[in-house]
Design a protein around this ligand. Structure first.
Ligand SMILES: Nc1ncnc2c1ncn2[C@@H]1O[C@H](COP(=O)(O)OP(=O)(O)O)[C@@H](O)[C@H]1O
Ligand SMILES: [Mg+2]
Length: 448
């Protein structure tokens, strides 16, 4: 009879837990999206557009709508829970009534003494309370296990995707890095981002990769850096295939400067030193990197020099402009490359495309100075003017290699490179002032 009393409550609790789990799973994107909106409404980066473009009221209305539908779902769940619990409690109550009924029958028919019956009532009450608690706890275990199962699935998935630890050591001396017939397709894409691309980067050389937006330049750099393994073709460091190499040793040999390089919320000094965080360094050691990047005036302007905090979320921290940050980024790249003794690759992926062409040429000139006998430099850009001095220029188009060679050979070949170069040169030369596109110049295809 005790089991009959506990069973409906067990069923009810299980059903409520399952409905809650299904609801959480169905609404998870909704919850994340509304949290994201809340974040966008309050974070600093979006503040200008939130105010000036009136995005604040727009987002707030969206947020309100989403909060209302989430509230509707909570109400639906609560109604369902109340109904389930009502049915469960009613069934449990019926079972309880049945129990007392049986007891009454036992007393009346003389099978049970009154004193025993009194003890039995206490036993039933204590027993059903304990059993109820047991059911609740078992059910809670069941509910948690649903989420633990998800967590286990995520861990298995993460392990499957993780970059494997360990592998063959990378020799200190590597004469060149070669990408041979590399094809890479992003998992959620039908078209290959890179299709049979071969590139050779000898140490001591400067290589440029140019091509329109979306032509696969950044993907090529991720493959080169060992972040992505190609589905077919090989990447070789010296004679060694990247797939079998200890990837952490490969990363150790790569320096990367991209347009959206990380602006760490730490001091200016650490923002440079973090290019190789394991290496301790004081202001004296960092000074050459600061000088190289032309960041000395930036640092001089900061209230505590290199020790100034560059994180606006903390009191007393300083703010840098985009161009000033770029110099810090360049200093970090210098620090990273200079602290690598073995043969390494420096990848510079459009870090300056926000700058005007002349500033970009100056920045690329500075980066070219980082080339050395034990370093291969790769410049990625969609601006042609900065790359004419590169030893070899590779032109990507739609994920394929369109042509490659030196500036002079490519210009003489009168192919894609020459066309892109002349279009851009005309754009900059036609203006009334050098470096400013002429407003009445004929529309040219986006040179990117
Ligand atoms: N993480 C990604 N997932 C899926 N597709 C991507 C991803 N990154 C880039 N792509 C796609 O791959 C193509 C090449 O991109 P990308 O290498 O970034 O070009 P580029 O740097 O030349 O502008 C584009 O069509 C882009 O949309
Ligand atoms: Mg890119």
């Amino acid at each position: 009879m005790l089991l009959l009393i506990a069973a409906p409550r067990g069923w009810g609790a299980m059903r409520v837990a399952q409905e809650r789990y299904v609801s959480v799973m169905n609404w998870i994107e909704h919850v994340r999206a509304s949290r994201l909106i809340g974040h966008l409404l309050t974070e600093r980066d979006a503040a200008q557009e939130v105010r000036i473009h009136g995005v604040g009221a727009f987002l707030l209305a969206k947020y309100r709508g989403m909060a209302e539908s989430a509230e509707g779902e909570q109400k639906r769940l609560a109604d369902g829970k109340a109904l389930t619990e009502l049915v469960a409690a009613a069934l449990s109550g019926l079972a309880m009534a049945g129990t007392y009924g049986v007891m009454l029958w036992l007393i009346l028919s003389g099978h049970m003494g009154l004193a025993v019956a009194g003890t039995a009532v206490i036993a039933v009450r204590a027993g059903s309370a304990s059993l109820g608690a047991l059911v609740m706890n078992v059910n809670q275990l069941h509910e948690e296990s649903l989420y633990v199962q998800d967590h286990d699935r995520f861990l298995a998935e993460a392990a499957r995707r993780a970059i494997p630890a360990g592998g063959r050591p990378l020799p200190e001396r590597v004469d060149r890095v070669v990408l041979d017939q590399v094809t890479y397709r992003y998992p959620d894409r039908d078209e290959a981002a890179l299709d049979g691309v071969s590139v050779e980067l000898p140490m001591g050389s400067v290589t440029a990769v140019v091509g329109e937006n979306g032509s696969g330049k950044s993907t090529l750099m991720k493959v080169l850096a060992g972040l992505l393994l190609p589905q077919s073709g090989t990447v070789r460091w010296g004679g060694a295939d990247l797939a079998g190499l200890d990837r952490s040793q490969v990363f150790d040999r790569v320096s990367l400067l991209t347009q959206d390089f990380q602006r760490w919320p730490v001091t200016a000094a650490l923002n440079i030193r973090i290019g190789r965080p394991a290496r301790e360094a004081g202001p004296t050691e960092l000074q050459p990197s600061v000088e190289y990047a032309g960041a000395a005036p930036v640092v001089a302007k900061l209230p505590h020099g290199l020790r100034s905090l560059l994180a606006r979320m903390f009191r007393g921290a300083s703010e840098l402009s985009g161009g000033e940050w770029q110099k810090i980024g360049l200093a970090r790249t210098h620090w990273r490359t200079e602290t690598c003794a073995a043969d390494s690759v420096l990848i510079v992926d459009e870090p300056t495309s926000a700058l005007d062409p002349e500033a970009e040429i100056a920045a690329f000139d500075a980066i070219r100075r980082l080339a050395g006998p034990h370093r291969a430099v790769v410049l990625v850009t969609h601006r042609m003017s900065g790359v004419r001095h590169a030893d070899t220029i590779y032109v990507l188009a739609g994920g394929r290699l369109a042509e490659h060679g030196s500036h002079d050979t490519l210009m003489a070949a009168r192919g894609r490179y020459a066309a892109m170069f002349e279009t851009q040169a005309a754009q900059y030369a036609a203006g009334p002032r050098a470096g400013v596109p002429h407003p009445s110049a004929p529309p040219v295809p986006e040179p990117s």
